[in-house]
Design a protein around this ligand. Structure first.
Ligand code: UD1
Ligand code: CA
Length: 490
């Protein structure tokens, strides 16, 4: 042995070359997401928190996709390709080649074990170093060991080997201590023994786990340390485990924000991505998703039944039964119920986007309101504006999109159509039902509906015998009698 306990150099190898057959997916397993981040992204995050000297990620299946996700999650880490020899042992072997003359400890992480935290790994490394072990396995004591490798101990309780479920006898399969797929090795011991691993197993693969028995045969110390929280050792092989991992992670994230001062009424139906941020005194009501880079400021209330993706919500704003993506909602603003905010929506402080309103690529100024039944696209609205119910910006002429510009303090009548490109000047007003095709000067009243004409007696003449004709005749004769009486009074 060339290393000593004092040698504290650390390299990390992340295994991400497998296809993930049991996912039954066209997407490589390690790119499936929980908490808004790919599985391998979580693993890399945890790895980087340990500040290792080197990080090597092994890829093969959908190589380009996985490599670019790795580059995004951890720029600058080394990506190496596994060859056609299958198995976790082979994956580590090619990674070791990339580590060249590295001496020290090698932490091996599985790209599909996303919930482990860096302090658990830190303690594993400490235990490995304290025991001067050649290998230390992170294990877990679980209720249901199905699918995992079992840690087989000898009569003295020392680790003898790891056996995969498919290769296990009934007695071995009944062991509840499983291999979490995370290990610390002395680089030199691994280099010496890994090439000796064969492929005589149910899958015909070169198993990393077989190195444990080889080290033991060479009389090198091997140990296994159970994880304090078995749920964190969860490996994701299928979609059932993916959902389970997502739930465990979400519970962790929700709890974290609760402890930071957010009221989260129903953790089970609240989903918060690891990349979102909640300020103190935010209230989150049930069935709410706060996703990606969403930031919610102090005192805001989100939900129920709301989904925010990459949004910014200002202080004390209220967002109810809303679906919003890439939108900015100002302080004290109100949104919903039943609003749909599409990318590029900016709602000013104390503004309002109300019921059954869709917005896109539009700025709605401070204190401006779009309260009911509207579509606002490619529009700039000034401050203190009120759009009547049913305002529609006709932004698309079948060829291109055009902008609508509405000044400050504009009040529009109900059911207006703004045929873009068009401008409404400051302080202008429009009548009910107007179709605004031409610019409206500041301070003008725009009317576009023809004066109303009533054709008296039309129903009785054209729809004789109908219920409408009958009640109309009755109403008209009552009106006549009334008029006659008034005439006499005069
Ligand atoms: C593995 C362990 C098992 C352990 C479990 C923990 C082996 C032989 N078995 O089983 O003891 O209980 O993890 O979750 O190691 N990979 C490669 N190259 C390959 C094969 C796999 O990089 O050729 C990667 C995969 O992408 C994955 C990880 O290694 O991230 C584990 O592979 P997987 O096939 O899921 O192993 P398990 O059967 O779960
Ligand atoms: Ca696995």
């Amino acid at each position: 042995m060339t290393e000593t306990i004092a040698d504290t150099r650390l390299a990390v190898i992340v295994l991400a070359a497998g296809q993930g057959t049991r996912m039954k997916s066209s997407l490589p397993k390690v790119l499936h997401r929980i908490g808004g981040r790919p599985l391998v992204g979580h693993v890399l995050d945890t790895a980087l928190a340990l500040e290792p000297e080197r990080v090597v990620v092994v890829v093969r299946h959908e190589r380009e996709l996985v490599a670019s996700a790795v580059e995004q999650a951890a720029p600058g880490v080394v990506v190496v390709d596994q060859d056609e020899v299958p198995g976790t042992g082979r994956a580590v072997e090619v990674a070791l080649d990339a580590l060249e003359d590295f001496t020290g400890d090698v932490l091996v992480l599985s790209g599909d074990v996303p919930l482990l935290e860096s302090d658990t790994l830190g303690r594993l490394i400490d235990a490995h170093r304290a025991g001067a072990a050649a290998a230390t396995v992170l294990s877990a004591i679980v209720d249901d060991a199905t699918g995992y490798g079992r840690v087989i101990r000898d009569a003295e309780g020392a680790v003898a080997r790891i056996v995969e479920q498919r290769d296990a006898t009934d007695e071995e399969a009944s062991v509840t201590e499983i291999n979490a797929g995370v290990y610390v090795f002395q680089a030199s011991a691994l280099r010496r023994h890994l090439p000796l691993v064969g492929t005589a197993n149910a899958q015909g693969e070169k198993y990393l786990t077989d190195v444990v028995a080889l080290l033991r045969d060479a009389r090198l110390p091997v140990s296994a340390t159970p994880a304090p929280d078995a749920a964190a050792a969860l490996g994701v092989n299928d979609r059932v485990q993916l959902a389970e991992a997502a739930r465990v992670l979400n519970a962790r994230v929700v709890r974290r924000w609760q402890l930071e001062g957010a009221t989260i009424l129903d953790p089970a139906t609240t989903w918060i991505d690891v990349t979102a941020t909640l300020a103190p005194d935010v209230t989150v009501l049930p069935n709410t998703h706060i996703l990606r880079a969403t930031v919610v400021a102090e005192g805001a209330t989100i939900g129920p039944d709301t989904s925010l993706v990459d949004c910014e919500v200002g202080e004390n704003a209220t967002v109810t039964r809303t679906d919003a993506t890439l939108a900015v909602i100002g302080a004290g603003a109100t949104v919903g119920p039943f609003a749909y905010l599409r990318p590029g929506t900016y709602l000013g402080d104390k503004g309002k986007i109300g019921t059954f309103v869709e917005t896109k690529n539009s700025t709605i100024g401070e204190r401006s309101k779009v309260p009911h039944l509207s579509y606002i696209g490619d529009t700039t609205i000034g401050t203190g504006v009120n759009l009547g119910a049913g305002a529609i910006t006709a932004n698309y002429d079948d060829l291109t999109k055009h902008r609508t510009e509405i000044g400050d303090e504009v009040h529009t009548g109900s059911h207006n159509v703004f045929v873009a490109p068009v401008r409404i000047g400051d302080g202008a007003k429009t009548g009910a039902g107007a179709v605004i095709r031409k610019d409206v000067p500041a301070g003008a009243l725009a009317l576009s509906v023809a004066p109303q004409r009533n054709v008296e007696g039309w129903v009785e003449k054209n729809r004789p015998g109908t219920g409408a004709a009958e009640v109309a005749a009755r109403a008209r004769s009552a009106q006549k009698a009334d008029d006659g009486a008034q005439e006499q009074d005069r």
